[in-house]
Design a protein around this ligand. Structure first.
Ligand code: MG
Length: 385
C-alpha cells in the first residue's frame, strides 16, 4: 500500500487524483490533503477519505475546517501546514495552481519523496533551487503533465546517448490556425473553450496562447536534461499522440492514449508499475486521422518568449511565469485583450536583470519583482486601451 498526499486537492487535478486512488483502493491510501481556501470541498474530501492530516492554506479558515473534519484528522494551516503535508507521504501530488506551488515542491523533495508534479510552474520558476534540493535529497519527480508523462514513457526504451530529440505535441488550443488580426477581439469565453482538454482557467488560457507549451519546453529541459536545440514543438489537434522521442537512428517512439489526465496521474502514482485500470482505450474505428503542423510563433508569441526565457536560464523563467500569471489574471478580469498577454510578458522580460537564484527566498523575490513590473505594464495597457 503506497501512501499519497494531495496538495491542491480541490482543483481539477486534485479531484481526478482522488478518483484514481478510489479506483485502486488496494494500492493507494490518501494520508494527507491540502487546499488554499475551498473549505466546503476540502471538508467533504476529508470526510470521504479520512486522512491523517489536512492543511488549509488560509490560516483564518483553520478553525472552521477543524470543527468539520473527522476527529482522527489533524488540521494544519498556512504555507507551513501545506509543506508539512507535502513531506508526509511516499507520493506527493503537487496540484497547486501556479507559482504558489513552490513551497510544496521544495518540501516534498527535501523530504526525499516522490513528487508527482502537476505544478510545472514551481519547477520552471525555481529550477536552480529545486534541482539542487532534488540532487541533495534523493527525491524524485514523476511528471503529471500529459506530454512529459508521454516522454517519460518513451524514454524507458532509450539509453541517454540514444536520444536525438524530444518532440512535444500541442493541441493548438481554440485559436489554432487563426491569424493575429482575427485574434484581436477574442473574449474570455472564446479562450476558455478548449477543444480537447478539461482544465482549470489558468491552464486553459495558457493553452490558448501556447504559453503552456512554452512552459512545457522549459519543463522538459529541466526534467530530462535535454538542451533546447533538441526540443521541438509540433501542433497535433487530436491530442492523441501526447509526445514523442526521436532516437539517434531516426526511429521515433510515440505515446498514444485518449486525452484523460487520470492516465498520467495513475502513471505517476503507480510508477514503475502500470495501473490495471484503463482510462478510455483508443477506438481505432473512430480515430480516422492524426494531423501534425508546425506552430506559428509570430501569432503565438508566448511560445517564442518562453523558449527564449528558458535559454536565458537563471531567473528568466521565473520572470516569464510571474508576468504571465499577472497577464492571464488581467485578461480573465477583462482588463486587457488576449493579444496583450504576450505584450505584458515581453515588456516585463525586456527589463529582466540576469541573476541565478540560490535560495527559495531569491526565487520568491524574483517572482515579486517581475509581478510588480507586469502590473505596471497592465495598467499602462488599460490606460492606452
Ligand atoms: Mg501538458
Amino acid at each position: 500500500m503506497r501512501t499519497v498526499a494531495i496538495l491542491g486537492s480541490t482543483g481539477s487535478i486534485g479531484t481526478q487524483t482522488i478518483d484514481v486512488v478510489r479506483r485502486s483502493p488496494d494500492r493507494f491510501v490518501v494520508v494527507g490533503l491540502g487546499a488554499y481556501r475551498a473549505v466546503e470541498d476540502l471538508v467533504a474530501q476529508a470526510n470521504l477519505l479520512r486522512p491523517a492530516m489536512v492543511a488549509v492554506g488560509d490560516p483564518a479558515l483553520a478553525g472552521e475546517v477543524a470543527s468539520r473534519v473527522p476527529s482522527g484528522t489533524a488540521v494544519l494551516a498556512g504555507a507551513e501546514g501545506l509543506s508539512q503535508v507535502a513531506a508526509s507521504a511516499e507520493v506527493v501530488v503537487n496540484a497547486v495552481v501556479g507559482f504558489a506551488g513552490l513551497p510544496v515542491t521544495v518540501a516534498a523533495l527535501r523530504a526525499g519523496r516522490r513528487l508527482a508534479l502537476a505544478n510545472k510552474q514551481s519547477l520552471i520558476a525555481g529550477a536552480p533551487v529545486v534541482q539542487a534540493v532534488r540532487r541533495a535529497s534523493g527525491g524524485t519527480i514523476v511528471p503529471v503533465d500529459s506530454e512529459h508523462c508521454a516522454l517519460h514513457q518513451c524514454l524507458r526504451s532509450a539509453t541517454d546517448g540514444e536520444v536525438a530529440r524530444l518532440v512535444l505535441t500541442a493541441s493548438g488550443g481554440p485559436f489554432r490556425g487563426c491569424r493575429a488580426d482575427e485574434l484581436r477581439s477574442v473574449g474570455v469565453g472564446d479562450a476558455l473553450a478548449h477543444p480537447t482538454w478539461q482544465m482549470g482557467p489558468q491552464n486553459t488560457i495558457d493553452s490558448s496562447t501556447l504559453m503552456n507549451k512554452g512552459l512545457e519546453v522549459i519543463e522538459a529541459h529541466e526534467l530530462f536534461g535535454v538542451e533546447y536545440d533538441r526540443i521541438e514543438v509540433v501542433v497535433h489537434p487530436q491530442s492523441v499522440v501526447h509526445s514523442m522521442v526521436e532516437m539517434c537512428d531516426g526511429s521515433t517512439i510515440a505515446q498514444l492514449s485518449m486525452p484523460d489526465m487520470r492516465l498520467p496521474i495513475g502513471y505517476a502514482l503507480g510508477y514503475p508499475d502500470r495501473l490495471p485500470v484503463p482510462f478510455g482505450a483508443i477506438d481505432w474505428s473512430a480515430l480516422s486521422r492524426l494531423d501534425f503542423e508546425l506552430p506559428d510563433r509570430s501569432v503565438f508569441r508566448c511560445l517564442a518568449l518562453a523558449e527564449a526565457a528558458g535559454r536565458a536560464g537563471g531567473s528568466a523563467p521565473a520572470w516569464l511565469n510571474a508576468a504571465n500569471e499577472v497577464a492571464v489574471e488581467a485578461f480573465l478580469g477583462e482588463r486587457i485583450a488576449w493579444g496583450a498577454i504576450a505584450d505584458v510578458v515581453a515588456g516585463t522580460l525586456e527589463r529582466y536583470e540576469a541573476a541565478v537564484p540560490t535560495t527559495v527566498e531569491e526565487v520568491v523575490d524574483a517572482d515579486s519583482r517581475a509581478r510588480r513590473l507586469a502590473r505596471q505594464i497592465v495598467t499602462e495597457q488599460e490606460r492606452a486601451a
